[in-house]
Design a protein around this ligand. Sequence first.
Ligand SMILES: *Cc1c(COP(=O)(O)O)cnc(C)c1O
Ligand SMILES: *[C@@H]1O[C@H](CO)[C@@H](O)[C@H](O)[C@H]1NC(C)=O
Length: 735
Amino acid sequence: MLAVAVIGGMLKPEYFMLASLLALRAARCYLCPLSTSKSWLSTKASPLGDTNILLMGPPGAGKTTVAKIVAHKLGIPVIDIDIDVLETTWKMPVAAKLATVGGQRFLEEEGQALCGFSASGCVVSLTGSNPLHTEAMQHVTQSGLVIYLDVDSDDIIQRLDRMKVNRIVGQAAGVSIRDILLYRKQFYEKWLDLRVFCGRGDTVEEVVEKVLLAVERYQKRDEETYVSTRCDGAELDGHKTYFTNVVVEGLAADGGLYVPKKGFPKISKKEWLRLVSMTYPERALVLLEKCIHPLDISASDLRTMILKAYGSNFSSERVAPVKHLIHNQYVLELFHGPTASFKDLALQLMPQIFAHCLPPLCNFLTLVATSGDTGSAVLSGFCQLTGADRHRTGVLVFFPEDGVSEIQKLQMMSHKAGNAKVVGVLSDFDFCQKAIKRMFGESGLTGSLAVEYGTVLSTANSINCMGSVVYHASAYLDLCRDGVIGFGEPVDVCIPAGNFGNSMSAVYAKQMGVPIRRVISASNHNRIISDFLTTGEYDLRGRPLLPSHSPAIDILRSSNLERFIHHVSDGSSRLVKELFTFLDTQKHFQLPKHLLGRMRQEVQAGWCSEGDCLAAIHDVCTQTGYLMDTHTAVAKVVADRLLDGSCPMVLCSTAHYGKFAPAVFKALQIRDIPQDPVEQLKKLEISASRPGVHAEMEKCLRDGGRRGHSVCQADYSVLVEEVESMIQDSFLKVV
Ligand SMILES: *Cc1c(COP(=O)(O)O)cnc(C)c1O
Ligand SMILES: *[C@@H]1O[C@H](CO)[C@@H](O)[C@H](O)[C@H]1NC(C)=O
């Protein structure tokens, strides 16, 4: 059971630990008392007490050898299922048994033997085929932590070759070893607690080291906590914020943004090399497992979510493909998701993670401020939820009534999900974002919603970075796979920046070990980020928000800069708090001199005029047949200006051109523009040879129709009323 306490007006799940690891895993909401975890760790003999360490993986993965060394290092017994269980039960060698009874019968008898097995406090190496037997695995996984030795197939095949093994259990005639390894993988990924991701050619010693580190990581969930950019851990009286809390809360109560306390994990070159040949969902799974502690989301749950998010809802099978544009410039196409902007990459996954982390018995209303694209992407993501998850979550979107394109509006209106509402505000994006932040800060408001309606407010803006790290890594890996670069060679990345989330993700990808040389942040004529990175002064004074052809980056209060300053100041929350409090009252701040240099080492910046943006769309289309959207064009112009030709440049294409059709018509100097948005898309499609039409967007415009939306004044109290009435309409009142 999960205890829910009202702390400062917000519901916070409090975790405490049960004595046994197994109960931990069995219960969906594990509870971890921080006080006992230390004593639990100090058991000298085995780090896991009575719990076994079960090594699982294909033949040739090194289970037996690794198990022996791990057991030796921990000073605990080792059991080999093949030798110590099967051969003693059957009184004959395993190979003889297999030859006698045949594959199918062998699997069954092997499973039955495992069902009778019991041990505690040991390292156990399972057989390669054990995971194919459900009942046996249900039995044995009760006794310990299952560690999957995920070894590269080429390495396995070489080893089996050396061991003169040419067939493995369950391999029918005509099926290659590679195919059977692929088939087996789904079983290993079903049963694992922890993955030990082995690099190409890792030695036994390296694998042993990784197993020990994995066990240690599993136990030390306390070390993977999050802090607010405005508050260091010390001030929190030992209260720890886990990934789960961050997902549910969204924004920190002190107004800051959450960041992982230890930063993002560094991944070794040998591991990156293995990721080169993997698909997008496979890469996402390995990378996110490293970022999310298994006690927050288990590896097998994470896998289900990732397959749902990236399995079939993207029109490109490669999810985020990289295409050659011209010379050594490449386009990272981030618009193949259901709503045609890069927001889908994060937001097809986020609602599933959110639903998974929600404590029971509460309703959740996600508040979204959008400059156009986040709104539809959040709505689309939440629409994928089913059953109870769908009933107890709602989405309320505020957007600037006159600041988004007609197509963006239609996309937002087209969602017929249960608890969803969109409201146009007669102001700009910054107003909407600030109003939401203010609601979070008012404990009177959040408290009364919690008490009266059992409803907690959340935002969609907080952990999106994590999903975005994956595509920056994936783009680099694609360039390696296609032979454009070798791993380790530099690339530059140019990103149209508004709230700076996408740019920040590239900085985090760099931290994880992706060899990105320069992250370049591109602004339109609302160039506050570009000015800030140039001068170190963030200055809102006398700077009105100018309308532009790239409305998704018409932002002056760029919220993720807070994460960036936290990053370059090595986590100085005091500085961040000082600067942003000063910004609230004085409308500007100056970054200390020594940090300006560090900031520019990480990210460089430039900006693009309206005229240059349209000219770039026109020129690139004429030269290459490729049609860019206006945001991509902003990146292209800035990239051209900073190009030094010494390495490839990846342009982040954050939207499909169809989303901003009127501006693109203008750029192409096409005059008679059809009224109907669907006709507009059709006309643009024949003006360029690539990329192709966005079928999902077209479908949405076709049957979206015009559902009404309400429009409200730029008045904070009116927005609060919208929140309250939405909650009253969506969720039952708690009596
Ligand atoms: C949201 C958005 C951006 C800006 O991304 P940030 O992470 O806010 O910097 C750029 N282009 C498009 C099309 C967007 O929707
Ligand atoms: C996403 O995929 C699921 C099934 O895989 C499907 O039911 C859903 O309609 C898709 N959504 C969109 C927006 O494409």
